[in-house]
Design a protein around this ligand. Structure first.
Ligand SMILES: C[S@@+](CC[C@H](N)C(=O)[O-])C[C@H]1O[C@@H](n2cnc3c(N)ncnc32)[C@H](O)[C@@H]1O
Length: 231
């Protein structure tokens, strides 16, 4: 007998979505159990929800840019190392000093940061619509317009602000002191560089309009000013 197997893109999407849903379910079980891994359950839910919703919101707000990469699961080697480091830190500290992982108020603060960051990022994606692309565009599409409304009137980079606080929030949630510091430094440096590159292209695309916008609206990230322009 012949068996037809479909290995196309939709299958690949389903595998990732199914895996994220399964891991999210494990997170829910851990969260509601009485085990001391409860806060790790919250973390697992936060992480898998983030990656799943990146795909979902891209599908809704900018479907033409949708691809397997929209899950952001293969962001970078550094991103994967950061994730693995936080699991290792959590496990080691939990073995040596279990009380450290039971600081519920700190985990709740982390969860609040995660929810705030997640919401801000997704609101930014929806607000920018087709102007939002996971891959920073080097050439201006005809349809690309400058977005300055809603959360873009608070910050020039609301989705990066959201992701920044989300990432630190995951480590506050896990009560991981080493990764809290590490994530803050690594995310800050990553976004400082990313914003400079991105604003270089945005000034090329929108000229005076972007410079005016830049005068009025801050980046949203602490101590990051964006590109410097000669007067
Ligand atoms: C991953 S999105 C991030 C957008 C923005 N930096 C943020 O944090 O919300 C990157 C794309 O957004 C575009 N972009 C950034 N700011 C924009 C704005 N104010 N209006 C329109 N497009 C923008 C860039 O050209 C780039 O292709």
């Amino acid at each position: 007998t012949k068996v037809l197997i479909y290995w196309g893109t939709l299958y690949q999407v389903a595998v990732r979505a199914g895996f994220l849903g399964f891991a999210f379910g494990c997170g829910v079980l851990l969260s509601y159990g009485q085990s001391s891994w409860r806060h790790f359950g919250w973390y697992l839910c936060s992480l898998t929800f983030f990656h799943y919703s990146e795909y979902l919101v891209t599908a809704v707000s900018n479907p033409r840019s949708l691809s397997l990469d929209s899950f952001l699961l293969n962001h970078s080697l550094e991103y994967n190392i950061a994730a693995a480091s936080s699991w290792i830190e959590f496990t080691i500290e939990k073995l040596i000093y279990p009380e450290m992982k039971e600081v519920t108020w700190l985990s709740l603060l982390g969860l609040a940061m995660v929810i705030f960051g997640e919401l801000l990022r997704k609101v930014a994606m929806v607000t920018a619509g087709t102007n939002f692309n996971h891959i920073v565009q080097n050439e201006k599409a005809d349809s690309h317009i400058l977005v300055t409304s809603g959360v873009y009137s608070w910050f020039r980079h609301p989705s990066y602000v959201g992701w920044f606080y989300w990432s630190i929030g995951t480590q506050v949630l896990l009560c991981n002191p080493v990764c809290m510091v590490g994530y803050t430094l690594a995310s800050w440096r990553f976004f400082r560089e990313r914003i400079e590159e991105e604003e270089l292209t945005l000034v090329q695309f929108f000229g005076e309009d972007y410079l005016e916008y830049k005068k009025v609206v801050p980046t949203g990230l602490p101590f990051i000013q964006g590109i410097k322009v000669e007067p």
